[in-house]
Each structure stands twice: as C-alpha cells, then as structure tokens.
Design a binder for this molecule. Structure first.
Ligand code: T46
Length: 136
C-alpha cells in the first residue's frame, strides 16, 4: 500500500508561518467540508469505518496522532506530527485514529458533504464491499 502525504508550502516571514490550502492545487479534490477534532480523551480510538466514495486529507494542525490505514489486504500506521503535511485517505480504506496527544487538533478536508450512507462501519461488510468492487 502506498501512503500518500502532501507537503504544504509554508509562507513564512519574520512574523511567523502561514499555510494556505486550495482545492485542486494543494488538495487533490474539491473541498466540500472541513471538520476538526480536538480535546480527544486519553486512550480513545476513533474511526473504525471506511467510506464508499469520500476522499479526505488529514492534517494534525496541533500535537500528534496516529492513523491506521487498512485497504483489506495490508495495514499501515502513519504518525501525523506536522501541520505542514496532509495524509490523503482515498475511498475504500478502513481507518482508525488513536494515540492523540492531549493538545492534538486533527483537521480533515473532505471531498463531499456529511452523508452517513457513505460510511461502512462494519469490518466484514468493508471486506465484502472491496472484494465486490475488485471483481467488477
Ligand atoms: C473520518 C474520520 C477521519 C457530523 O454531524 N458531521 C460531520 O461532518 C462529521 C465528520 C461527523 N458528524 C457527527 C456524526 C457523529 O454523531 O459527529 C459525530 C462524530 O462522528 P464520527 O463518529 O463519524 O467521528 P470519527 O472520528 O469516528 O470519524 C470522523 C469522520 O466521521 C470520518 O468521515 O474519516 O473522522
């Protein structure tokens, strides 16, 4: 499995740093939604789902966290610890987010609006979904 990370351009000067994210330029899709999670409690693991069609970029804009990616054949763990990089998660990818530092703020840029119908929240259904898609 190839892990895709985007390195964002920093516009720094003597005042500090600034990062700008534009759709189709810094982010490979039209940005329809932005959400972020913070104040994540110690030991919490979130996610446990895949998306049928949603694409996302995850940026840990403060603190650190880990992301488990699982495409049904292979798993990879990615540590997010820089606000200058974004992890791309395509559709059909199981994800779990964990090991959030106390100060972690995980921002997500999404290619579509919130739609519960796009979620696969059961792991066996996820495996069935990807094998159906592969055989097409
Ligand atoms: C994902 C990972 C990285 C909304 O009302 N609108 C939204 O846009 C989102 C994302 C969530 N919600 C509501 C639905 C739930 O009642 O917020 C609550 C928490 O959502 P969820 O349990 O799905 O959160 P996570 O952290 O498990 O997953 C989220 C995203 O839902 C998901 O798409 O890929 O972050």
């Amino acid at each position: 499995m190839q892990v895709v990370k985007y390195a964002f351009q920093q516009h720094g000067d003597e005042r500090g740093q600034l990062i700008a994210l534009e759709e189709y330029k810094d982010i490979p899709f039209e940005i329809k939604r932005v959400y972020y999670m913070y104040d994540t409690k110690d030991g919490v693991r979130r996610g446990y789902h895949a998306h049928k069609s949603l694409e996302q970029i995850l940026v840990c804009i403060n603190g650190t966290c880990k992301i488990l990616l699982d495409n049904g054949n292979e798993k990879k763990v990615v540590t997010l610890e820089s606000r200058c990089e974004g992890l791309y998660i395509p559709n059909n990818m199981w994800r779990e987010m964990y090991d959030f530092s106390e100060d972690a703020v995980l921002m997500v840029l999404a290619s579509n609006y919130y739609n519960e119908e796009d979620y696969i929240r059961n792991y066996d259904q996820f495996l069935d979904f990807i094998s159906e898609n592969e055989s097409r």
